[in-house]
Design a protein around this ligand. Structure first.
Ligand code: ATP
Ligand code: MN
Length: 464
């Protein structure tokens, strides 16, 4: 009996010797004058291909092997040997090649010709078969694993907060409605909505963040994190925004802003060092073909302490530098992407944590500082991407929270359960949100967020 192994295993020199079976897709075929052929085989298990040497003697050599083209699926039996060729430790000497599925070269879109990332978005069902998107998928997987491992090791419990929600999290973004009301029938009947006939008997939405619900578990289990899909109907057609994305949100009791910043820094360093360690082949590809210098950049992120700047200091820097910005800045205005990028790309040239934003531009749940003008907010910015993490220490004082809510015109009765957390055994607590796709973007250097998620959802686009 031969043993079925992955291309990844087959490429490791230690597995040399003996009969093996490999199953995958042909990337290329090259016929040698010596009467045999080389197949480059990939099964998605790793970046590199396995070289298969097919002798002309095998039974279906002229009838099938010589007709193989990119995309055909095959099962190859053979002898795994050390390879004399450069750049690979092993090669498979085939004793049989069974064709499982043909891929008509006239029509298969992924022929040798290179396609732009824009073009490949139209073939989102086929693009994971390319080098770039295979590598992105493996790095994305690694980052997801690292997230779970990191929080587990730090004593955080994984908590699943609802995707359908009735609370709007104070404008973290525009929300998608969830309803079973027949919209076409409604229009025909004159358009008056009666939520009594809706599924939940009240307006409901897809969540923009699980953070408020996570607080309820943090004030019971101490340390929790949520990790799931998040939806924002914001009409921002940028290279950093999706309508559906994944967010990790840790929340910890007895944490202040300092603890929170340290957690965020340890977290990012762990995620990126895992990418370098466990996806080295994929990361080398990104370094060479997508963003030159990526490996070195990540290495320095891992080694150097993050820079901290207060919002007030950042405004001083932005108003005294000689950069011409599209949007003017002054104390009390929200920073635009161009300002964030100046700070992280030009001023710091690395990750920076901005803290202590004016209360007027931040939501009610962030802790009001003693100056009564700023709140304990923190954003982590990185070059190329901008904001990767948004976080804060929570307002844990009932009265201050109630004041902030009434200033923001929020009805206390909608948030009765949230206020209860401050009524009974209130403690300082803090947390943040990291967009998974922004982390994948930064790790890989991929310029557009649509290319780090399998099926991007953006305004006007929900294909597949
Ligand atoms: P931005 O200012 O970039 O629009 P935000 O301040 O609205 O982001 P938060 O509400 O702080 O974002 O969300 C926390 C994190 O979620 C962000 O730091 C970012 O990594 C990620 N994120 C937010 N919005 C999106 C989006 N539309 N697509 C992908 N990731 C997002
Ligand atoms: Mn934010």
């Amino acid at each position: 009996m031969s043993q079925w192994i992955s291309v990844r295993e087959a490429r490791q020199a230690s597995s040399v010797g003996g009969e093996r079976e490999v199953r995958g897709w042909v990337r290329t075929r090259r016929d040698s004058k010596g009467g045999f052929s080389f197949l480059e085989l990939n099964d998605g298990s790793c970046f590199g291909n396995l070289q298969v040497v097919v002798p002309g003697e095998i039974e279906n050599y002229t009838t099938e092997v010589q007709r193989l083209t990119a995309g055909c699926s095959v099962v190859v039996l053979g002898d795994l040997q050390e390879s004399p060729a450069k750049g690979q430790a092993t090669e498979l000497h085939a004793t049989s090649v069974k064709v499982i599925g043909w891929a008509d070269p006239e029509n298969y879109p992924l022929q040798k010709k290179r396609h732009s990332f824009e073009k490949l978005r139209e073939w989102a069902h086929l693009r994971p078969r390319t080098n770039t998107f295979g590598a992105v998928a493996r790095v994305r997987h690694q980052i997801s694993q690292s997230i779970h491992q990191f929080y587990h090791e730090e004593g955080f419990y994984y908590c699943n907060t609802p995707v359908i929600t009735a609370s709007d999290c104070e404008g973290a973004g525009e929300m998608f409605r969830v309803t079973t009301i027949d919209l076409e029938g409604l229009a025909a009947r004159g358009g008056k909505v009666d939520y009594g006939f809706d599924f939940f008997e009240k307006p409901t939405f897809l969540t923009v963040s699980g953070q408020l619900e996570a607080e309820t578990y943090a004030t019971a289990l101490g340390r929790v994190y949520t990790f799931g899909p998040t939806f924002r109907a914001e009409n921002s057609n940028t290279s950093r925004h999706l309508a559906e994305f994944w967010m990790v949100e840790p929340e910890a009791a007895f944490f202040d802003l300092q603890d929170n910043m340290q957690l965020a820094e340890r977290f990012l360093k762990r995620v990126f060092s895992d990418c370098l360690e466990h996806c080295s082949e994929d990361m080398e590809f990104f370094d060479q073909r997508i963003e030159k210098g990526k490996l070195q950049q990540l290495q320095s992120v891992i080694e150097k302490p993050f820079t901290h700047l207060s919002y007030t200091k950042a405004i001083e820097i932005l108003t005294s530098c000689n950069e011409s910005f599209e949007y003017p800045v002054s104390w009390g205005t929200d920073l635009q992407a161009e300002h964030e990028r100046y700070l992280t790309e030009k001023y710091v040239q690395g990750p920076v944590i901005l803290t202590d934003y004016p209360s007027c531009i931040k939501p009610f749940y962030m802790r009001l500082s003693d100056d009564e003008k700023t709140v304990a907010a923190m954003d982590v910015l990185v070059p190329g991407v901008g904001e990767i993490i948004g976080g804060r220490q929570r307002e844990d004082r009932l009265e201050v929270l109630q004041n902030r809510m009434s200033e923001s015109d929020l009805a206390e009765k909608e948030y009765w359960w949230y206020l209860d957390l401050r009524r009974y055994g209130s403690v300082p607590h803090a947390g943040f949100g990291l967009g998974l796709e922004r982390a994948v973007q930064y790790a890989t250097g991929m310029a557009n967020i649509r290319d780090v998620v399998p099926f991007p959802r953006t305004p006007g686009n929900a294909e597949f």
